[in-house]
Design a protein around this ligand. Structure first.
Ligand code: G6Q
Length: 533
């Protein structure tokens, strides 16, 4: 049977790969290239002209996407079909941002009403915390809100809360605890007071070891401060799909915010997992975030692939990854508020497309998901940008920059933006020094520039949805299931046996010699007192 990589569109792209000129020559040949290779959607202007592609490349990439069935698969997702086949689930985070009278049926059950009801409950709760009506057990207003969750129950809300800090509430400080490393929660508890701190325990399954360990530590801290057992109801709420586990933990299920198994962890910030966002910026702001994402959804669902922004960015990624030898993708936000975006996109992209088996169960014979990494500009320029300019690897870059800042330091902003534009220009053009090879910059290095007028909740919603759909399209092209995460599930089981060995008496002997020795070393030393020399 012919594999995907020997399909007509794939072969045509392989044959075409060497025929594309350098970026420099492509710009020289076409004075209108910048306007022809850019799009404005849902408040985002994206210039993708600095990618080594011509019209033939673009039409072959679109043909590849069509051949892979991107449009059918997209329509199936929006229709609520169970496209997450290995978990036999629908994938409907797009339904969370519809906010219309559109009635959604999932598995025969009407869910729009339930979505609206959870949004209304989030509004009541976030309004109460923000206004000061929701008080701690001593009657004082809440000053600190701590989200306890990990992975999809942490990265999205954490990134959005950082990005939308300018919209934050004066009295409230948001904190995020994810790591089972006690240092994470210890540092937060050091800076907060039990009677004015509210914990949101976020876990889809409510079985995740890290989250439950941190939540128990937080509860013990509250009670150890002298708070009575009833105080737990005023200081703990939960976001989960697992009502019985929430009740078992001791959180009043009246204070539980529900979501559903058709919302994947890394796609869940739009659900009640976004509660910290609603608390920080208010429910109106949260709904603007949803609306921004919805505008991108409409575009993705309706625009032809030729003018479809998520599809274009996805296919450019496929071009770099499968035909030009790239293996990673740099995310460079020229915006400090977006400093968590690379970490967020790492999960979105790498957990979705870090797969090597097709939906049909075959091992792929082509590259799939890229390694995603990044840091805000201009910091990266003084560190790893050296490798972008003169290293041997080709690393496509997404530069993200806002036209207007949230602060009044316009001089800073001019310098920031100048750096962003200068980097993409230099990566594209390079510069030749005939006398000194070490000063030679080859250029021809690809980048996209994403321009946002002002980083509002709506613009951020559109940006996140753009990446979600980009990742989706790539997964379809690579014939993989972007919606499962068996590697994560494995991780959830792995430590259990070693935890038991650490707790047991006698030497560990059931593992390989390296693992046994490491366990025994830890056991011998963990209680040793450090004696100053
Ligand atoms: C996301 C993954 C994973 C998950 C965490 C937390 O898509 O499934 O990152 O979000 O493992 O899981 P819980 O929300 O169930 O605690």
């Amino acid at each position: 049977m012919a594999t995907f990589s020997s399909s007509p569109a794939w072969r045509a792209l392989s044959d075409h790969s060497d025929a594309v000129g350098t970026l420099h020559s492509l710009f020289e040949r076409d004075p209108h290239r910048a306007s022809r290779y850019s799009l404005e959607v849902a408040g985002l202007f994206v210039d993708f002209s600095k990618n080594p592609v011509d019209d033939t490349t673009m039409s072959l990439l679109t043909a590849l996407a069509r051949e892979a069935g991107v449009e059918q698969r997209r329509d199936a997702m929006f229709a609520g079909e169970r496209i997450n086949e290995t978990e036999n689930r629908a994938v409907l985070h797009v339904a969370l941002r519809e906010r219309s009278s559109n009635k959604r049926i999932v598995d025969g059950v009407e869910v729009s009403g339930a979505v609206a009801a959870v949004l209304a409950k989030m509004r009541t709760f976030s309004d109460a915390v923000r206004s000061g009506a929701w008080r701690g057990y001593t009657g004082r207003e809440i000053t600190d809100v701590v989200n306890i969750g990990i992975g999809g129950s942490d990265l999205g809300p954490r990134m959005v809360c950082e990005a939308l800090k300018p919209y934050g509430h004066e009295r409230l400080s948001l904190h995020f605890v994810s790591n089972v490393d006690g240092a994470d929660i210890a540092e937060v508890l050091k800076r907060t007071n039990p009677d004015t701190t509210l914990f949101i325990v976020s876990s889809k399954t409510f079985t995740t070891r890290e989250t439950l360990t941190n939540a128990r530590t937080a509860r013990a801290w509250l009670l150890a401060s002298g708070a009575p057992e009833e105080a737990v109801a005023k200081h703990f709420v939960a976001v989960s799909t697992n009502t019985s586990a929430v009740a078992e933990f001791g959180i009043d299920t009246a204070n539980m915010f529900q979501f559903w198994d058709w919302v994947g962890g890394r796609y869940s910030l739009w659900s009640a997992i976004g509660l910290p966002i609603a608390v920080q910026i208010g429910m109106d702001g949260f709904e603007q975030l949803l609306d921004g994402a919805h505008a991108m959804d409409r575009h993705f669902a309706e625009a032809p692939l030729e003018r479809n922004l998520p599809a274009i960015l996805a296919m450019l990624g496929v071009w770099h990854q499968n035909f030009r030898g790239a293996t990673s993708q740099l995310i460079a936000p020229y915006d400090n508020y977006l400093h968590r975006l690379p970490a967020y996109l790492q999960q979105l992209d790498m957990e979705s497309n870090g797969k090597s088996v097709t939906l049909g169960g075959q091992r792929v014979d082509y590259a799939t998901g890229a390694v995603i990494w990044g840091e805000p500009g201009t910091n990266g320029q003084h560190a790893f940008f050296q490798l972008l300019h003169q290293g041997t690897a080709v690393i496509p870059v997404d530069m993200i920059v806002c036209m207007r800042p949230h602060h009044g330091l316009s001089h800073h902003h001019d310098i920031l933006v100048a750096n962003c534009f200068a980097q993409s220009e230099a990566l594209m053009n390079g510069s030749a020094s005939t006398s000194e090879p070490h000063r030679n910059f080859e250029g021809n290095r690809p980048s996209n520039t994403i321009c946002i007028d002002l980083l509002t909740p709506a613009a951020l919603g559109a940006l996140i949805a753009l990446y979600e759909h980009k990742v989706f399209v790539q997964g379809v092209v690579w014939r993989i299931n972007s919606f499962d995460q068996w590697g994560v599930e494995l991780g959830k089981q792995l430590a259990t046996a070693i935890e038991a060995d650490i707790a047991a008496s006698g030497e560990a002997s059931t593992h390989d010699s390296s693992t046994n020795a490491l366990i025994n070393r830890y056991r011998a030393r963990r209680n040793q007192t450090l004696v100053a020399a």
